[in-house]
Design a protein around this ligand. Structure first.
Ligand SMILES: [Ca+2]
Ligand SMILES: [Ca+2]
Ligand SMILES: [Ca+2]
Ligand SMILES: [Ca+2]
Length: 201
């Protein structure tokens, strides 16, 4: 894990994440990993390689590769966001530069869906020499309709309630999944109570 604002870790050779076993490289809060050679995430079908990035208060973690990035089948991408960051729609974060090209895409991704009292909807762009994360929508957590969190949203929550581990939420009910685990349960209810105000507030 690279966990220091402005920390740079420079590696002249190649970088392997999850080669023949599980492996995770986490780059937090403006950390930078520079790779002089190429990078491979998950080289074997038996392994799970994970690249984890953090959009921190000081900046975004970045993996900067002089060569190419090869992404294998069991790979995963994770992104967390510091609650002090308030992203706006259209804002983009470069997570990986691969001057020699990016091959394939992550099979699995976990992108933080709620930060503070906001819901975040992301798109991942695999460009020829970079991987960029774009914020496509920012909403108010707990609001299914009109930019406030009031008793009408509370009633909608009741209709969406699934209980812990309950059946998958429909798109309209996704606003109530505070912990991004696919249900609307008591944990989500407590999060809603924390943010509820009156109409138009
Ligand atoms: Ca509302
Ligand atoms: Ca749950
Ligand atoms: Ca939930
Ligand atoms: Ca309202």
């Amino acid at each position: 894990m690279i966990d220091w604002a402005g920390c740079v870790w420079n590696c002249g050779g190649n970088l392997w994440v999850g080669d023949d076993g599980g492996g995770t490289l986490t780059i937090r809060n403006d950390g930078l990993v520079e790779v002089g050679g190429s990078a491979v995430v998950d080289d074997e079908t038996t392994s799970q390689g994970t690249l984890a990035f953090d959009i921190g208060a000081d900046g975004t973690g970045l993996l900067d590769i002089a060569g190419s990035l090869t992404i294998g089948e069991s790979s995963s991408q994770q992104v967390t966001v510091d609650p002090r960051i308030i992203p706006s729609p259209g804002q983009a974060y470069v997570l990986v530069n691969g001057a020699g090209g990016i091959s394939e895409t992550f099979s699995d991704k976990v992108l933080q869906g709620v930060s503070g009292d906001l819901t975040l909807t992301w798109a991942v762009h695999y460009n020829p020499t970079d991987i960029t994360l774009e914020v496509v929508d920012v909403g108010l957590y707990g609001d299914g309709d009109d930019d406030d969190v009031d008793i009408a949203d509370f009633a909608s929550f009741q209709a969406c309630f699934t209980g812990e581990g309950g059946s998958p939420l429909t798109a309209e009910c996704g606003y109530y999944d505070s912990d991004n685990d696919g249900d609307a349960d008591l944990t989500d209810f407590e999060a809603l109570v924390d943010v509820i105000t009156g109409p138009g507030e």
